[in-house]
Structures are given as structure tokens and as C-alpha cells.
Ligand binder design. Sequence first.
Ligand code: SDX
Length: 429
Amino acid sequence: MSTTGVSAKVTLGEKTAEFPLLTGTLGQDVLDIRRIAADLDVFTFDPGYGETAACESKITFIDGEKGVLLHRGYPIEQLAERATFPEVAYLLLYGELPDKAKSAEFEQVIKSHTLLHEQIRNFFNGFRRDAHPMAIMCGTVGGLSAFYHDGIDISNEASRELSALRLIAKIPTIAAWAYKYTVGEPFVYPRNDLTYAENFLSMMFAKPSEPYVVNPVLARAMDRILILHADHEQNASTSTVRLAGSTGANPFACIAAGIAALWGPAHGGANEAVLKMLAEIGHRDNIPAFIEKVKDKNSGVRLMGFGHRVYKNFDPRAKIMQATCHEVLNELGIKDDPLLDLAVELERIAVEDEYFVKRKLYPNVDFYSGIILKAMGIPTSMFTVLFAVARTTGWISQWKEMIEEPGQRIGRPRQLYTGSPRRDIPASL
Ligand code: SDX
């Protein structure tokens, strides 16, 4: 971050103050208003922080107008095509893509942490079999600090790194076991002879009673889906992780907070909501009526998988996801998948409809991901869990960056109070 020599002068009544314009590598410059309360005795007002840079970061850059997504400077299109998820995880965590030797070493370290403490198996038994897997994720990840005490001293770099590696390694095991628990099948242990994506598919679909061979096309698709969901600047769940982390809470508790925030249908829960929406529409003949319902504000119905707070032309991840969707369906020999046909027709109609064009609403990362995951045999209730598996890498990288930032302080937004003025309790009460 550097100063531009430019500043904004604000005059409020008798008071005048100047706020310097700071600039970064790419994207919007920022007005440094850290002294605004001291100089002008006012707060800024930005509900939802849509126009607020809450931090400085070097990890991910998004240009919403141009549909650009960079991780440590590398375009998502190149990473999705040429990197593996562990290599992207290494990039997010350490800032550079690993060479072959570092990549092999990192994957080996991750593999050495894929097992859970055996007693953690008991966590699952405390849930009803019909519990939503995201509830199991929140509870189990939040409880990890009770087992991994040597990873919660956040002042110690080795401890921070150990917790980061443990979380990246263990989150697929917890996710797959959450699924197995809800379907009443035995847990499948991690296999260190498999890649990260292959191992997740194995823990999800293998059975102790028969051999399991991972389909390489599905494994590659899973690896790419994990890459596309790995990190995304200061979205709601990442901001939750940063805010929780700013209090000094242990990294496992912070990631559990991120999982809870991601669960909402406006955020990571959208991929599950897209499938429910497509099922509700049922047939392409019903699309026009559904679109009319979406346009009716009183209906409270939104086109799930459409729109984005930042992307206002297209979500680059959605384009890659759509291509992956066709690859997976072809590999599985699924011709004319009714859901995909419906989604493609819905997108065609929506992107030509003035209502959506005017509001810059286009498919986001969640619009096609659910169709791929469903075709891969992953139940709808596991879609957001998969999102959390991938985003754990982004969350913990952002958490580590924040903790290691010099002068890091507890986050504490203010408010505009519009409640009752001071009053005394009536004597009659
Ligand atoms: C993710 O932040 C991230 O980076 C998130 C994410 C990540 O990787 O972390 O990219 C992942 O969360 C993707 C988004 C998944 N959510 C959905 O698909 C749910 C459906 N989309 C929306 O609810 C909505 O688009 C949001 C939440 C994504 C964005 O909401 P905004 O920016 O607050 O938009 P808004 O609510 O201010 O809407 C602006 C207008 C409104 O209409 P008007 O009041 O101007 O008439 O657009 C309308 C909204 O009603 N609108 C929609 C709509 N999204 C916005 N109308 C119908 N369908 C939609 N999906």
C-alpha cells in the first residue's frame, strides 16, 4: 500500500479534514478514513460493507466489471487449467506456486494430517442421522481445538502453520464422514496413495466391502471445483473468519465461524438452493412463470445462482464451471440431462431479460456447480459442505495473513443509533 499524494478534503460545519488516497497494486484506490471520528466526530455509514475496504490483502484480487479473479496474481482460468488444488492451496498459503519438489513435499505433509483423532468419531454419534451435514461440520470443526492444543498458540508461527495444514488436511475427512454418517455407511479412512481430490471421492463413495477405483475424469473435475471455490477476497464468510480471528480466537473456532456464515443461501448455500429451484421449476415450459415470480418483489423469490455483489458482467468461475459440467456429463454418458437443459434455458432467458440485464445479474459460481455435483452422485445437502472444504484453504490463508499483519487490532465496527433517547424507568413499573 502506498500514498498517492492526493487527498479528499471534507468540510462539516466548522470542521475540515483531509483523508489521504491510498493505492495498491490493482483495483480501486481507498480513502484512508481511519481518523474521521477524531477529526470530524462522525462515522462512515456502509451497511454490509459493500463500499468498504476492511483490510489490506495480497491473496486474491477481483475485478467485478472485467470478470477478473487472480490468486496471488495468477488468473483463475490458468490455475483451473494447469494447477492442482494442493498447488493452489500452497499458493494461497505461501504466496508462490510450488516447484515440483515443494509440491510433492507439501502434498506429503498434507497427507500426514488427513486422519482425525479417533475420539472425534464420537462427535458424529451425537448428531441425529438426518442432521444437515453443515451442522456436523460446524460442530466438529469448532471442537477440533479440544484435540489439537499444539496448534492454538496463534503467537507462534510454527503453531499457526501446523493448524493451517491440519485444517486443510482434515476438512475433507470430516466432510466425507459427515456424509457417511447421514447415510448410515461406515466411515472410510483417508488413503495416502491418492491425491487430495481422489481421496475425498474415495472417502465419500468407497465401501469397506468392495474395492473402489476413482474415475480420473471425476477426480480432475473435483480438483477443479475445489480450485474454483478456494478463495474469493473478502466475501461474507472470509470476513467472518477475519473478524473472529481478530479477537485472538483459535483457528479452528474461526474456521467453524466461516462454515456457519457460508451456510446461508445468499452465500455458499446457493448451490444447494439452485438445485431446489430447478426442481421447483421442473420443466422449461414453467420458466416464464417462474421468472415473473422472481420479478415480483412481494414473492421473495430470487433466481438462485444469479447475481453477485462484486461481479457485474460475469463470474469467471461460472464459465469454467459450465465447461466442466459438460465434461463430467459426457464422461458419465449423461445425454440431455434435464437439469442441465433447464439451467441452460433458464440462463438463456434470464440473460436476455431486461430485468436481469438492468440489474447486472448473471450466473455466479453456484449456478452450474450443483448440476456437476449431482451428476457425480453427491447429494444436494453436501454441496455447501464441498464449498466449505475448498474455502477452508482460502479462509485459513486469509486468517494467517491477518494474524501476521503488523499492528493487527480487534475488529469493532460502529453503528448509527436510531433507538430510544435516554429515559428513566417509570416509578410505576
Ligand atoms: C457466493 O461475495 C462473494 O465473493 C461470494 C462468493 C464467494 O465465492 O465467496 O462468490 C459465493 O456467495 C455467490 C453468490 C451466491 N448467492 C446466490 O446465488 C443467491 C442469489 N443471489 C442474490 O441473493 C444476490 O445476487 C447476492 C446476495 C449474491 C448479491 O446481492 P447484492 O449485491 O446485495 O444485490 P442486491 O440484493 O443489492 O440486489 C440488487 C438488485 C435488487 O433489485 P432492486 O432492489 O434494485 O430492484 O438485484 C436484485 C435485487 O432484488 N437481485 C436479484 C438477485 N440478486 C439481486 N433478483 C433476483 N434474483 C437474484 N438472484
